[in-house]
Ligand binder design. Sequence first.
Ligand SMILES: Cc1ncc(C[n+]2csc(CCOP(=O)(O)OP(=O)(O)O)c2C)c(N)n1
Ligand SMILES: CC(=O)[C@@H](O)[C@H](O)COP(=O)(O)O
Ligand SMILES: [Mg+2]
Length: 630
Amino acid sequence: MTTSASSEPPALGPLLSAIRTPEDVKTIAEADLTKLAEEVRHSLITSLSRTGGHLGPNLGVVELTIALHRVFSTPKDSFVFDVAHQGYVHKMLTGRAPDIHTIRTYKGLNGFLLRSESDHDSYGAGHAGTALSAALGMAAARDLAKEDSHVVAVAGDAAFTCGPTLEALNNIAETTKKFIVVLNDNEWSIDKNVGAIARYFNALQTHATYASVRNSAADFVEKIAGKAVRKLAHKVEEGAKNLLFPNVLFEKFGLRYFGPIDGHDLPLLVRTFEHLKTLNEPVVLHIITEKGRGYQPALDNPGKFHGLGAYKIEDGSVDVSATPTCSDIFGRTVTDLAKADEQVVAITAAMPGGTKLEIFKKELPQRYYDVGIAEEHAALFACGLATKGIKPFLAIYSTFMQRAYDMIIHDMALQHLPVRLCMDRGGLSGDDGPTHHGLFDIGYLRPVPGIVHMQPANEAEFVAMLKWMAHYEAGPTAIRYPRGPINGTPLDAPVPPIELGKAVVEAEGTDVVLIGLGTLFEMAKQTKAMLEAKGLSVALVNPRFIKPLDGAVFERFASQCKVVCTFEDHVLHNGFGCGVIELLHDAGITTPVERIGWPDEFVEHGKPDILMKLHGLTAEAAFEKVMRHF
Ligand SMILES: Cc1ncc(C[n+]2csc(CCOP(=O)(O)OP(=O)(O)O)c2C)c(N)n1
Ligand SMILES: CC(=O)[C@@H](O)[C@H](O)COP(=O)(O)O
Ligand SMILES: [Mg+2]
């Protein structure tokens, strides 16, 4: 298969193109379900080769999703997918197959489930660990209304390393009688899954005796197939399980455990769900799947194909930019810092690849920690390390750092613990959309007493800031940086020394002062040129610090200029510009402050350049705002 050069959407197979609603899945002859699965896989592989996306996870749930829609009926029944990055097949089977080629593109389908996108999307997501709790809420609502419907939560093995998942497990049995959890176990998170839970799931899978007893039970059923004996098969299997695994973890939580079964065996999945829906007790079905099933490059490299950009179908290769990303620079720099200082350690919450701490893991494994999808725990773990003089670099995307907010206040700041918060994807994240844009961290960190928060305007300054953080011991520090490069500045470019709370004055001026934070410093420079072409005297400042602000510099320029304009890749509400306004107000300076930043709304998915233009984050918009004052 090769990617067609045309912009025409890839053709859908006959079975898939006939599916307008999930009820159509029920009318397909059982013998054709495997063909439907093939058509779905073909569409995923061809379509995502152009748009990019979470190919591996979705290839792993093709049979599962077909079986779910074969047995249950959304929207009367509710499916809740954890993270929902594996929801593309569900979208295809609920009438959106003709649009799957638009996924994660501006105005196209969202890369996760969205309640506003379809009645069949019972719950939106993007962050892990929410499915079981939300689904339990739906089940409780159903019970209150005395309705007769089903709620099915689908969660991956790594989602079970996430705190909220375990909090929900603790609560299911005492909340409802009818509840189905599907544990989709492919042994992978974005990278290999980690921790005791991953090892436990593996033990359940690989217990030879249990597997053989289970298979013989299944064989027994096949010989005398029929509805009546299905229950018998499960009883035989049940007996085997209780014999061999009397203490299956889930049973201790009050959920009846079924499996593990082959998550690609469509007839078995259908038969099992038909059985489970008759039970009046909470159950967990453990299925074993292959992440990337049906596409060899994805099977060979599940980490890369967890989520990626456009690729060549023939070999799965992708275009790699020569410019280092901030993640590359971070991974390299923090590893070098650790080589020079044995107190430095690195912590990730299941994202060694995205944060590029995989460099640290390879070179200094003894000081590298991957805690699984557990940002709250990661932050607390870092605090404990810091109490003993260790220098933890905690690498968590800005959006996922939201999970650890209480730990930042209650544990880090209150105790002045020098944890280093390294927030990748600080700013617009792009294709993943509103669940992943890092547009709130200035707002959530600004109020925290004693925290230091900064953002570099170029790659050389980024390295200098990380080095500065390694030596700052008075309390927590945070640095935000974007997905991808900043402006391609060579790492050995000269950088004025980093001083706490000190901005860098790039140019003096008496009419206008432009204060460009981080990635938007370049935009401020462009605005300066446009204003100078109008004969204005324009000062340009790189603030470097979001907290503490450089009051002396900002007050000086605001006093001598007619207007201030700030630029930030963050929402305007409680953003960097608000900090400047508060500072000037408290100093009794009434110079007007114009601001460039994201509006008070969730920003949709799409490429940054399209979205920035759409939402007024441009030099032209800044020029217009400033010129209103002259
Ligand atoms: C709170 C949070 N942290 C990190 C992530 C990044 N992330 C997205 S999917 C994923 C791994 C999910 O693994 P699993 O649940 O096993 O599903 P699979 O992709 O294997 O189907 C991670 C870590 C996230 N979405 N949410
Ligand atoms: C689904 C999820 O949360 C991750 O896979 C995320 O999409 C990774 O984002 P990046 O591609 O920016 O690393
Ligand atoms: Mg997994």
